[in-house]
Write a protein of this length. Structure first.
Length: 319
């Protein structure tokens, strides 16, 4: 944990506002909820006195804030290559490969994206989780945005909560959906297997939009957009509508094989070592400048090979 001291004076424009409202305007790098927590913890003083969030402040009063931030100090920097598509003083956009865990957790205390980010920019130690504001599963490839400054971190988190950051995926699923659509079903921990997620009553709201991009004989390439960001959301929702992702070791179910498939396709489908999911496009408004920005990630080699073989199979059988 790291304590940062901030000081400010209530201006005439802020006079008469609630303490939490004034704090949100004086120290706009922090969220309103975080500031309210610090008021409750006694980390805010007005002219040397503790006040409640709802009490009013008046022009000329001095405010002291002792912000307590959980930094990334428990995570060691490691020299792990990063595929960066964009970099400025506030943002990084990373193209994550398969097999890279996003941040340390039980069983993966090193070798993560967070370790790599701290090596690339040691100043990220000052930000929660080295600036990581959203995640991809270990074996999902593609684009992630990382904050590089405290103002950017706050605004990116707010933009994610407001669904203002668009994340588009490509997914190869088993079976042939008749049409695109939306899966609107709550997601929570599986009631029996706590390692898995599932559609459960009382879970967190989750909505996934998908449309058909390409059909094969027994599989379909989907374009997928998230309206929320629950753990394993696309994988769970596709399995829920009986079209699980190819290669998914947790939610994939029985392997689908086209009749009389070639040995090459059979081998690819049987050995595809991860869920066939790629975060291919990311678009957002820059958290400081407001400029609209977008990035695209090329299709990873393993997924490209699978798609090529599925297309070849369809051509051979006139699909």
């Amino acid at each position: 944990m790291k304590e940062i001291l901030h000081q400010g004076v209530v201006s005439p424009e802020l006079s008469g506002k609630r303490l939490d409202q004034a704090l949100a305007l004086l120290f706009s790098d922090y969220s309103r909820s975080r500031l309210q927590t610090w008021i409750k913890e006694g980390r805010v003083q007005v002219d040397g006195q503790l006040r409640k969030a709802k009490e009013k402040v008046w022009a000329g009063e001095h405010i002291t804030l002792r912000a307590m931030l959980q930094d990334s100090g428990c995570c060691e920097a490691e020299d792990i290559p990063l595929d960066l598509l964009y970099e400025d003083e506030h943002l990084l956009v990373v193209n994550k490969p398969a097999g890279l865990v996003v941040h340390p957790a039980a069983g993966n205390w090193s070798g993560t994206l967070q370790n790599a980010l701290l090596h690339h920019d040691p100043e990220l130690v000052k930000l929660p989780r080295a600036g990581i504001v959203h995640r991809l599963d270990k074996d999902t490839t593609g684009l992630m945005v990382v904050a590089r400054s405290l103002p950017a971190h706050k605004r990116l988190v707010e933009a994610l909560q407001a669904r203002e950051i668009k994340r588009e995926y490509m997914a190869v699923v088993n079976g042939l959906p008749t049409a695109g659509g939306t899966v609107d079903a709550p997601i929570g921990r599986h009631p029996v297997n706590r390692v898995r997620m599932a559609v459960v009553a009382g879970g967190k709201p989750a909505r996934t939009h998908f449309r058909i991009s390409e059909r094969f004989r027994a599989h379909t390439l989907l374009d997928v957009q998230l309206e929320s960001g629950r753990t394993h959301q696309i994988r769970v929702h596709m399995a829920y509508i009986h079209h699980p992702l190819v290669g998914d070791p947790v939610y994939g179910g029985r392997l689908k094989m086209p009749p009389a498939a070639s040995e090459a396709l059979r081998s690819l489908l049987q050995t595809f070592g991860r869920q066939a999911l790629h975060a291919r496009r990311l678009s957002l408004a820059h958290p400081l400048s407001g400029k609209e920005m977008a990035w695209e990630s090329p299709v990873p080699e393993d997924l490209a090979m699978l798609l090529d073989e599925l297309r070849r199979d369809g051509q051979n059988y006139g699909a």
